[in-house]
Design a protein. Sequence first.
Length: 395
Amino acid sequence: MTLSTFDLRRARAETRAAAQVVHLNNAGASLMPIAVADALYAYLRREEFEGGYETAAAEQPALESFYTASARLLNAKSSEIAFIENATRAWDMVFYALPLGPGDRILTSHAEYGSNLIAYLQRARQCGVKIDVIPADSDGVLDLDCLQSMIDQHVKLISISHIPTGGGLINPAAEIGQIARQHGIPYLLDACQSIGQLPLDVDAIGCDLLSATGRKYLRGPRGTGLLYVAQPWISRLEPPLLDQHAAELTSPTSYQIRDDARRFENWECFFAGKAALGQAIDYALDWGLPEIADRVGDLANRLRASLRAIDGITITDQGRQQCGIVTFTDQRRSADEIQKAARAAGFNTSVSSGSGMFLDFSRRNISEVVRASVHYFNSEDEIDQFCAFIAATPE
């Protein structure tokens, strides 16, 4: 699908805010389409008038549809899916369940997300694991030859961010999965930025564990996320936290943990968001993930090309294959100044700083970048308007 054949009219007509703001912050939180927002509002309205427990009972089909929709999206089983309040907590629930001990090694990416890195460091302090960073190749991509050479009997986890938060890079998730399977090493994929903008097939990727959010490219509400745990791993991982949803008391002194991925859930959750996220996943599947990926990629390429033509602008994206996240610096003003001026002019962007990309940004001597992240409902005119704004002389 090309820019000219994509049904942009439909995409924008089904996004109320598209006529009011140029939203280039989809890697932060995208705009909900009408179908998703209306599902969320309707659920909350029903809670208001009927009560929370009563609404949950009446809306069981919508709540259960989250699991079936997620399974279709990832080519997984519904029993391998859990609803978690955000991607970081989903990631935490399986990471802290992994049986790691002194001398065990974690292999991770040079462009790993900051929250994940904090968790590695915490477990290193708590139980003596060692963290080893896989180098990047000349294109900034995780070096597969280095990964292969770093593996020994002490490696107990390969854990990477599929798409880093602070750039357009796409790491080779499936190739990493092949190496992990070859050596029988568990593989945890942070798909926070890739879910909803790229097709994801957990079997083809070869990951055992995957965490993701609802608010970004899936266009769901905030406070929603999902976790995939491959069936063989469910019984092997005891969640770090349990409640009466994840487990059941069988006697005054014993309990039984449930046998599906919902053992990683809480009993209390954002029920309206869960139903709406199922709707958002169905909506994305209706468009088609390959079609979404093509559209997003074309728009991002247009944005990068236009920004490169502006004096003083440096594109900071790496990778041979790039996604809908476009990052850059401007020698005339700081990223924070650009983000604030852009917001005042009707453009939503964000700033990615060293906190979220500490290892990679330190390696490249970058402190902060402007992050403009496109989605399929963005128009070519919006890209051109934004670039004209960036090219204009700062006041």
